[in-house]
Write a protein that binds this ligand. Sequence first.
Ligand SMILES: [Zn+2]
Ligand SMILES: [Zn+2]
Length: 408
Amino acid sequence: MKEAKVCNCPSCGGLLKFNIKVQKVRCNYCQKTFLTDDLSDDDINWIDKAENENEIIKPERLKEYVCSSCGAVIEAFSADTTAKCLYCGCDLVLSSNFTKDAQPDEIVPFTITREKAVSILNDYLESVHYSVPKELKNGVQEGFSGFYVPVWLYNCRVSGQMEFYGFKAYKTLDAIVKRGGHIDYVDFPVKANDKIEEWLINSVANYDYSKAVEYADELISGFYSSRYTISASDTLNEVRKNVIFNFERGLENDTYEFYTIKLKQKDVKVYNEKLKYVLVPMWICRLRDRNWTHIFAVNGQNGELIGDELKLYATKRIKIFNAAILIVPLILGIIYNSTNSILWEKAFIAAVILSILLFIIVLAVRNNRLKKANQKVIQIKDLSLREKYYKDVVFDKREKEALSEEVK
Ligand SMILES: [Zn+2]
Ligand SMILES: [Zn+2]
């Protein structure tokens, strides 16, 4: 059985934990702090690894581990890299799932504390309190969990040139068109774990990866964390295909002056590839009641709130209000009908007009608030592959070789 490691202080044996405010690993017993560089290992060349071995990742399953602190046997999923011992309560790092060649190169540490994340989401929900069931707000405090999400960062330059036959009109050959240029991909994030929601991964482009530090077990202890389940070779095959496709389409689309084009020849290659395996911090909160489910995420580095667009939702107070503005004119109408007095008639008409006005005004105010609140949240929808890899070509060649009459 594999051992689940407790991160102990090298000086006193106390528990080590990453302190977000101090930005250092600190012993909770002797208070000694450690720079993460003291704890790190060497990086691996993922491109070499991807090209030389086809790593097969087994489907996820439950595995047993021994807690190194109390000796109890605990269960965890094979792709998880952290766990909590149910018996002694220690935060564990499942290093055996993280054998040296599967260790992240770098980690972007949390700089946003849990309290900060809670207050960011609470402020937001407060601003839309007529659109969110009240009970859900109580779930915010408990609902947040800190996750280190694994991503691949891809770096490369795709460059080359393409030649096309350009047609001015249907079947009228006009010129040979030459287009060339390049696109740089810098720290382009690609999903590394297939269990993570696609829209969350689309938000990871917003991290400042220059602030990443060397990976160390002590940094993830106490947070949820998982390893990659999409291998370096699968990732490389996928991104290469997509960056080349995007580049070639960029060159093709630059020939709009022609009625139609046909490929003559091309020479497109990918250079300076680099793949990095990185963990990024995210506070994730799931709020749920009978008819309302939302996942919010707070970027653990810059505090950006990420979530779906909120729809207009009638809370209990709004439902009571709507019922009241319907019932009051109705009652007045019944009284007027039975008394037939002019006074009640006037009251009835006034109530109808007032109710309609109130309904419109309240709806407009709620809509306006919701719109403003939604602007505060970064809404990241599922992007298509096309949108995800889209980048403009930097052109260095835009030539046209007119064909003489004879060739035509
Ligand atoms: Zn210590
Ligand atoms: Zn234990």
